[in-house]
Design a binder for this molecule. Structure first.
Ligand code: HSE
Length: 435
């Protein structure tokens, strides 16, 4: 029996998927049973990098999700609409879904998975987080025997490329971003990547699978990398760290006793990572995810997080999984491939986070400044781990870098507020968390 795929989108990822499905030799033995029966595109006139029978190509995307002959709808259009509506309509018509759309899943997963459950169809999303890295299936199946305590990831390739270049070349953010845009590594509008939105979408998906509940995107604390300067990268290096945009999802042993008693943290922000940490040496556009679980301990996945081949690899794996499930159990849903989450997780507010902090301060170069800073930190129970003052920079200002011991975000921010009131303070250009 042949299983018919309706492919929505023939851009970079869609083209990669079509190329694999048209050339099954040496790949999974189920591939010859999978046929691209229709392809939906926005523009019929556009030149494509893959040969597709023009008779199966249409710009009427609705006609694909309604087509009774199609078993699996593969959505690789991206963006919210019309992707979300097409997915929901396809589910309503009893189609299984394979999607690479993190933005839709992170925002509308609740609606989509509830509809899929009602219809008894699969919604597969391996390509929606970290492209070619098989981390979704690992979380759903291979690590199922573990109680996961932490999932930490470099889940955005663009920012990792920018930060890697800043680390190796000592260049500033704006210059590196502009060059990355010229080279095609960063989008013309880099907001989703550099401000951490893309990473937050992926962390909502990964944390939901790791910790077994639905996640509201707006509960994820998010900061991007625009404030990182070459000076910060240099100081971090000197102190034995590198700086990465990290997604961190973890269950803490305890909480700070505040009004919110959740012990689940999910946050995306630039982070100082000790140079010996497994994520510190993931450079360029590569993504990596480190998972800690009981009993497995630590596992680290790394690989290409984007691009035609990597993302298509994940999409095709999902298609194969759906076809295998349909062949072996046509009247039942394979529970390992479904979504079993019913409730939203309660996420701890950022104030409850307990971590080390890095701060770069500019002060007037006067006697007693270090003493003033120490007193302000001490008053809020913030203990210092390292303090660096290299040189007076200009206009009589001194640059002072501190790294704290582990402290609650609340206490640290209180200390920073009182430091802002010191007459000797000029400004605090950077505050970062340490892993
Ligand atoms: N824009 C993403 C990144 C790739 O830079 O990692 C697609 O998820």
């Amino acid at each position: 029996m042949t299983y018919k795929v309706g492919l929505l989108g023939l851009g970079t990822v869609g083209t990669g998927v079509a190329k694999i499905l048209q050339d099954p030799a040496g790949r999974h033995p189920l591939l010859p049973n999978i046929e691209i029966s229709r392809v939906g595109v926005r523009s019929l006139a556009k030149q494509r990098d893959v040969e597709i029978d023009p008779n199966i190509v249409t710009d009427d995307l609705e006609s694909i999700v309604n087509d009774p002959a199609i078993d699996i709808v593969v959505e690789v259009i991206g963006g919210i609409e019309p992707a979300k509506s097409l997915i929901l309509k396809a589910i309503d018509h009893g189609k299984h879904i394979v999607t690479a759309n993190k933005a839709v899943i992170a925002r509308y997963g609740n609606e989509i998975f509830s509809a899929a459950k009602q219809k008894g169809v699969y919604v597969m999303l391996e390509a929606a987080a970290c492209g070619g890295i098989p981390v979704i299936q690992a979380l759903k199946q291979s690590l199922g025997g573990n109680r996961i305590s932490e999932l930490t990831g470099i889940v955005n390739g663009t920012t990792n490329y920018i930060l890697s270049r800043m680390y190796f070349e000592g260049a500033d953010f704006d210059k590196t971003l502009a060059e990355s845009q010229q080279l095609g590594y960063a989008e013309a509008d880099p907001t989703a990547d550099v401000d951490g939105y893309d990473a937050a979408d992926k962390m909502a998906i990964l944390a939901s699978l790791a910790f077994g509940d639905r996640i509201k995107l707006e509960d994820i604390y998010r900061e991007g990398i625009r404030s990182i300067t070459s000076a910060d990268i240099g100081y971090a290096k000197e102190l034995g760290f590198t700086i990465k945009l990290l997604g961190i999802a973890r269950r803490t042993d305890s909480n700070t006793g505040g009004k919110d008693d959740s012990n689940l943290e999910i946050r995306v922000h630039p982070t100082l990572i000790p140079i010996q940490h497994p994520l510190a040496n993931i450079h360029g556009v590569t993504n990596a995810v480190r998972i800690e679980g009981d009993p497995i301990g630590e596992v680290v996945f790394s690989g290409p997080g984007a691009g035609a081949g990597a993302t298509a690899s994940a999409v095709v794996a999902d298609i194969i999984n759906v076809v295998a499930a349909l062949k072996s159990m046509p009247n039942n849903v394979n529970q390992l491939m479904g979504c079993s989450h019913e409730h939203y997780a309660k996420i701890a507010p950022i104030e409850n986070t307990v971590t080390q902090f890095y701060a770069r301060l500019l002060t007037h170069d006067k006697p007693g400044v270090i003493g003033d800073l120490g007193t302000a930190f001490g008053k809020h129970c913030v203990s210092l781990n390292a303090i660096l003052q290299k040189n007076t920079i200009h206009d009589g200002l001194a640059e002072i870098v501190v790294v704290t011991q582990r402290v609650s975000e609340y206490n640290f921010q209180q200390a920073i507020s009182s430091i802002r009131d010191l007459p000797t303070l000029h400004s605090i250009p950077t505050v970062l968390r340490v892993l």
